[in-house]
Structures are given as structure tokens and as C-alpha cells.
Write a protein that binds this ligand. Structure first.
Ligand code: G3P
Length: 217
């Protein structure tokens, strides 16, 4: 499973990228706001750090304006994936930009039917939001499983990009289900290294090592 990092925080992206943890980046208008940066500038900087797909989201709501914004975002770098919302105009934009050879990430997906439409419109990525379904007492991981089944049934090439990931359990379950990609905030990715038994075991090893009175260097 590929790891995308869900942030426009350049320092956080660079840190994870240096460790080989970043296969791509996803941003959205809320993350651009959080960064306090200009969208074109910060996206260009991110594309200079990460060689994989970097999603940059359009903000127009009508297809012709979305297409124009998408083309402008795609000019930033060859690894831009234009992100469009899962609306009828977003699907029109997806079809046009995909036919023109651009990567398109269709976002705000909350049903298998929406994912089916995105695949038929030529999406490179579909972004189902797990955490936001869990927030309303639905099962976000069940949606990932349903989309996996639908796409496999018909050999769709659209990659499932599990988004709105909040927990380590979301990550491991997505990997077990077979999501192609997961995107998570830096803190969630770093948190995957934590385990209470790792901490406990290390504490014991350090205590025993101190008793040996030895040094390695
Ligand atoms: O990639 C989508 C993500 O940014 C949404 O996450 O936690 O705001 O639902 P969240």
C-alpha cells in the first residue's frame, strides 16, 4: 500500500520523505488554509520535494471553471494530480482532464456508487473518506471493502486512495482490505511506530543493560 501524506506542511513532508515514507501528497482547501501559504507556491515547493503524485484541489463548482483551474494547477509540475469533488461537474472535469492525460483524484466520496461513477469517468484515484463516515456512525472501512470488490469485479484501474484516516487501525485495515493508497496526517503516520509493548520491552532492555556496566562505544 502506498503512503501519501495529507498535509501542506512542507517541513513535515520533507521529514517523512527523507525516511522513504512518502509516495505522494494530498492537499485540500482546508489544509492550504492551515499552512497559511499561497496554493501555487506551496504546491510547487511540495512537488520539488516529492516525486510521486501531489494532489491539488480545484475550488470552482462549475465544470468549465473547474477544468480551467485544473489546467492551471497541472502547470505547476508533471506530478500534479488535479483533485475534484464528487459532483456531476466534478465528474465532467475528471473525464475531460483524464482524456487530456492528466492525473485526477476524485474526492469527497462516500458511497460505492460514487466510486463507480468516478472510475467510469477515468479517475486515477478515488478518495473515500473513512473518518467522516465513522463520525456519523457509519462504517468507513466497509466502504473501502465495497469499492475494492466493485473495482475488482470489473477490473477498473482507478486506485483506491483511502482518506480521512484518523487511526492506526484505519491504516492496517486498509492494507488488509487492499486499498491501493492511504493518505494520513503526519502525526498518524508517525504514530504507526508506537506500541505499548515496544516501550515496555525497551525499558526492560535498558534497565538490564545498565546492570551489565558495559558500553558499545
Ligand atoms: O484527505 C482528506 C482529509 O484531509 C480529510 O480528513 O480528518 O478532515 O476528515 P478529515
Amino acid at each position: 500500500m502506498k503512503f501519501f501524506v495529507d498535509t501542506a506542511d512542507v517541513a513535515a513532508i520533507a521529514e517523512l520523505n527523507d525516511l522513504g515514507m512518502v509516495d505522494g501528497v494530498t492537499t485540500n482547501p482546508s489544509l492550504i488554509l492551515k499552512s497559511g501559504r499561497d496554493i501555487l507556491e506551496v504546491t510547487k515547493e511540495i512537488c520539488g520535494i516529492v516525486s510521486g503524485p501531489v494532489s491539488a484541489e480545484v475550488v470552482a463548482l462549475k465544470a468549465d471553471e473547474m477544468i480551467a483551474e485544473g489546467r492551471k494547477l497541472a502547470e505547476i509540475a508533471p506530478n500534479i494530480a488535479v483533485k475534484v469533488p464528487l459532483t456531476w461537474d466534478g465528474l465532467k472535469t475528471c473525464k475531460t482532464l483524464s482524456d487530456d492525460g492528466f492525473m485526477v483524484n476524485v474526492t469527497l466520496c462516500f458511497s460505492a456508487n460514487q466510486a463507480l461513477l468516478a472510475a467510469k469517468a477515468g479517475a486515477t484515484f478515488i478518495s473515500p473518506f473513512i473518518g467522516r463516515l465513522d463520525d456519523i456512525n457509519l462504517d468507513g472501512l466497509e466502504l473501502i471493502q465495497d469499492i475494492r470488490t466493485v473495482y475488482d469485479n470489473y477490473s477498473f484501474k482507478t486506485q483506491i486512495l483511502a482518506a480521512s484516516i484518523r487511526t492506526a487501525n484505519h491504516v492496517s485495515q486498509c492494507a488488509l482490505i487492499g486499498a491501493d493508497v492511504m493518505t494520513a496526517p503526519p502525526a498518524v503516520i508517525k504514530g504507526l511506530a508506537s506500541h505499548v509493548l515496544t516501550d515496555k520491552g525497551l525499558e526492560q532492555f535498558m534497565a538490564d543493560w545498565a546492570k551489565t556496566g558495559q558500553k558499545i562505544i
